[in-house]
Structures are given as structure tokens and as C-alpha cells.
Ligand binder design. Structure first.
Ligand code: NAD
Length: 362
């Protein structure tokens, strides 16, 4: 294509720094700069990585300069030079940025911490890419909602789902702020049922009958889900495996390989040399897939820090109108990041290998 989509990332935290890196890997996008209001090591590293740093406002710019961080300008300067802004500011605060984006005439993508109503479109690439084409506003759904959307879409598009019940064990806090927030030796159940993820999935799959319950535990890497899916007919394990293998961004892990717990999945990503140990795929335990003829049962792991990154890249592509086809965008994003269907391709059994090169049409 002739011209690259010019992208800003506003909020260089857990999600923003990963989105910024992913944008730089796309040959049809240009990262014009990142904006933030902090001036500690987290923003200094942005400058070290060669990103152009902009301050949220004049006061933040003064503080950044005082901390030795070279700034190019303020967020308003950055907005004047881009087509799309990926807003990765903290949840609930980010919505207030919309007026600035509107005034600047740029398109805006928010993350799952904001409400569906802010943009009117909640996004997961393989579910509703087409709905985002040429739109001005969208919201990439949260990490847990993305994982549920990918896995349940795999079953839903086969016409198998009667109803879904899922239980989510959430990480208590992110590693970078584990010295401030966190939970030790307890589990904190959410009192609200359904937890927000079920209704959130329904913003994209309105006819999916899903109820979620959630709680958080004393760990800071990844969420784990247990899903029970009542099916419209008996679904065999082989059919279930094939449907999951045919869906983008889902990859199997196996207890038989020693991947027996959340920490093993994290270690596997580190051993694979993934940047920051990131896992953009949903990991489904292949040897936990079960059925009693009435329901199928799945156990899966979500890297909350990474899973929404490819979705954000696809959302930029759809909203800017440079790629009309979901499968093409997904394949392009996956190739740039190294997203796979098989984590251990040289030593994995044929079913997973057969689907490795197969990015299906959503
Ligand atoms: N952390 C996760 O696991 C995770 C997963 C999926 C989605 N999300 C969503 O992503 C969004 C960002 O979350 P995060 O975890 O990356 O947050 P974070 O706290 O790690 O990072 C937010 C960054 O934004 C900066 N910031 C604060 N106020 C700002 C403002 N007004 N304008 C610009 N920048 C500002 C902060 O200094 C920080 O660098 C939220 O909507 C969150 O719900 C988070």
C-alpha cells in the first residue's frame, strides 16, 4: 500500500507498551509517537527504545523534561500528526480523552476497561472484524472477554452451543505494580453474577447464552478459565479439538508435556524467547478437553498482558479501512508477531501440526 496508517499510543503502560511494539512491526502502520503523563523508568524506556515521547499536557511535559526524558510535544501535537490513536490509559480514566480525539479529528480505539457504550462497538478480530471497517470509534474487549470470545466463537459458529457457564480465576495484579496492590493467601470472589465478561461477550455474539463467575487469587501472571458448554448435540473430543484447531489464536498446551499449571505456560513462553514472555494466543489444555455427551469442558489460560495486542492491531487496520478482509488482517498480524497454532511444532502430534498453517475465515 502507498501510505501507512499513522498511529499514536496514548498511555504507555502494560498494554500500551506492547501495542506500540506491535505497531512498529506492521509494514502498513507507522508509530508516530507515544504519550503518557508519568516520568519514571517506564517512560524512559520508551525513549530508550527510540519512540518519540509526547506528554499528556504541559505540566507533564515539564516533569518529563526535568526527569531527563526528551519530549517532542504534548498529546495535542501528537494527535495532529496521526490517523488513529490507540488509547491505553487506565480504565475509567481513558473515556475522558474522547473529547480531545474528537476535536483533533482522529479515530480512537479504547481497551476493555471502558464501557461498550463509549464507542458503540466492542471488538474481537475473529468475531466481528467487518463491523469495525472505516468506523471512528471502537473498544477492544478485555483479556478475559477476548479469550472467551475466541474459544466460544469456535464452538458457536458450528451451531453447537446451547449454553455456556464459565468460571474465571483472575490474577490479582500486574507484575509491575505488585509491590503496591496484591492479594496474599486468599481468594476474592466477585459478588456480582454474572461477572462482566459474559455480557461483554454478548456485545459481539448476542445470541450466545453465557454466564460467567469470577474471582481473583494470589498470583500476578495470567488468568485461568474453566468453561462448561452445554451442546445442541453430542460433540466428540475429536470434533472439539478440530473446531478449536481451526480457530485463529487458540493453541493447545498439554499436561502430558509437563505443562501442568499456569506457571508452566509462562515458563514455556519465556523459553520460546517471546518478548516479555508474552502469549498472544489462548492456551487450551488439550488433555483436559472432556465431554459427558451433554456438555463439553475446557480449561484455558489467558495472558492478560498480551492477548489484546493483536486485536488492537487488527482493529487499527479495520478502522482505517486499509484491509477489508478479516482473515487477511489476522494472518498479517499473526505473522508479524509470531503467533502460532502450535507452541512446540517440531515435536507436536499431527492434529495440531495440520492446523498450524491454516488461518481460517472467521
Ligand atoms: N493490565 C491488563 O492485564 C489488561 C488487560 C487487558 C486490557 N486492559 C485494559 O487496558 C487499559 C490500560 O490498562 P493497563 O493495565 O495497560 O494500565 P497501566 O496502568 O499499566 O498503564 C496506563 C498508562 O497510562 C498512563 N496514564 C495515566 N493517565 C493517563 C492519561 N490521562 N492519559 C494518558 N496516559 C495516562 C499511566 O501513566 C500508565 O503509563 C485499561 O482499559 C485496562 O482495563 C488491561
Amino acid at each position: 500500500m502507498d501510505q501507512k496508517v499513522r498511529v499514536a499510543v496514548n498511555g504507555y503502560g502494560v498494554i500500551g507498551k506492547r501495542v506500540a511494539d506491535a505497531v512498529t512491526l506492521q509494514d502498513d502502520m507507522e508509530l508516530v509517537g507515544i504519550a503518557d503523563m508519568a516520568s519514571d523508568y517506564r517512560i524512559r524506556i520508551a525513549a530508550e527504545r527510540g519512540h518519540r515521547v509526547f506528554a499528556s499536557d504541559d505540566a507533564a511535559r515539564t516533569e518529563m523534561e526535568a526527569a531527563g526524558i526528551p519530549t517532542v510535544g504534548t498529546l495535542d501535537d501528537l494527535l495532529g500528526a496521526v490517523d488513529v490513536v490507540a488509547d491505553c490509559a487506565p480504565k475509567k480514566l481513558a473515556a475522558a480523552n474522547k473529547a480531545r480525539y474528537e476535536a483533533a479529528g482522529v479515530k480512537g480505539i479504547w481497551q476493555g476497561g471502558e464501557s461498550h457504550e463509549l464507542t458503540g462497538l466492542s471488538f474481537c478480530a475473529q468475531v466481528n472484524y467487518a463491523d469495525a471497517i472505516n468506523r471512528d470509534w471502537a473498544r477492544v474487549v478485555s483479556c478475559n472477554t477476548t479469550a472467551l470470545s475466541r474459544t466460544m466463537h469456535a464452538l458457536h459458529r458450528q451451531g453447537w452451543v446451547h449454553r455456556v457457564r464459565a468460571v474465571l480465576l483472575r490474577r490479582a495484579t500486574d507484575p509491575w505494580e505488585s509491590h503496591i496492590n496484591g492479594t496474599i493467601n486468599t481468594v476474592v470472589p466477585e459478588m456480582k453474577v454474572p461477572s462482566h465478561q459474559g455480557p461483554d461477550v454478548q456485545t459481539m455474539l448476542p445470541d450466545l447464552d453465557i454466564t460467567t463467575m469470577a474471582g481473583s487469587g494470589p498470583f500476578n501472571l495470567s488468568h485461568v478459565h474453566f468453561a462448561m458448554v452445554e451442546t445442541t448435540r453430542p460433540v466428540s473430543i475429536e470434533e472439539l479439538k478440530a473446531a478449536l484447531a481451526d480457530e485463529p489464536r487458540i493453541a493447545f498446551v498439554r499436561a502430558a508435556d509437563g505443562v501442568v499449571a499456569a506457571n508452566s505456560v509462562v515458563e514455556l513462553m519465556r523459553d520460546m524467547g517471546r518478548p516479555r514472555g508474552d502469549m498472544w494466543e489462548v492456551a487450551v489444555w488439550e488433555d483436559s478437553l472432556s465431554t459427558d455427551g451433554r456438555e463439553v469442558y475446557l480449561t484455558l489460560q489467558v495472558d492478560n498482558e498480551a492477548i489484546v495486542v493483536p486485536e488492537t492491531i487488527d482493529c487499527i487496520r479495520a478502522m482505517s479501512g486499509i484491509e477489508a478482509d478479516a482473515a487477511t488482517s489476522i494472518a498479517k498480524t499473526d505473522k508479524s508477531l509470531g503467533i502460532t497454532k502450535t507452541f512446540l511444532p517440531a515435536t507436536t502430534n499431527p492434529i495440531a501440526q495440520a492446523s498450524d498453517s491454516d488461518v481460517s475465515t472467521p
